[in-house]
Unconditional design. Sequence first.
Length: 145
Amino acid sequence: MSLLDVGKLALITVTPTLLGTAAVYGPRLCSAIARAWADRRPEEPRPLGPPIEQLAADLRRLLRLHEALTYSAHIAMRAHRLWAVEAAIAVRAVEAAQALDVPHRQPERPGELTRAELAALLHGLADAGMVLPSTVGHFTSDGRL
């Protein structure tokens, strides 16, 4: 028996074991390589919220809606609507303040800002460069009627 025949016999004997090992440990090896490849690349910065342009457009729309509601409906009909619009304004204003690094109080619940805090926050956003309507409107006291 020659050395070539011994090599062929060894290859035939070891091949099923190598194939079984590749089938069992191959997926683990591939996932480990994929994780290492992903960890090698630096994370791209991701925004915390919606784009500032969208926040500004939403705030302008909500402020116009608030102004229209203030002067349109009967007081009993507009009370709940005004509170809901003011809560939405407060949520968007806080998001915009976070995006522009404007100092503000972080409310525990959405819409919890008082009238004075909300007006001050909107004026702070305008001072930071956000284009908002010139009149903020008449907010209800403590966010409710």
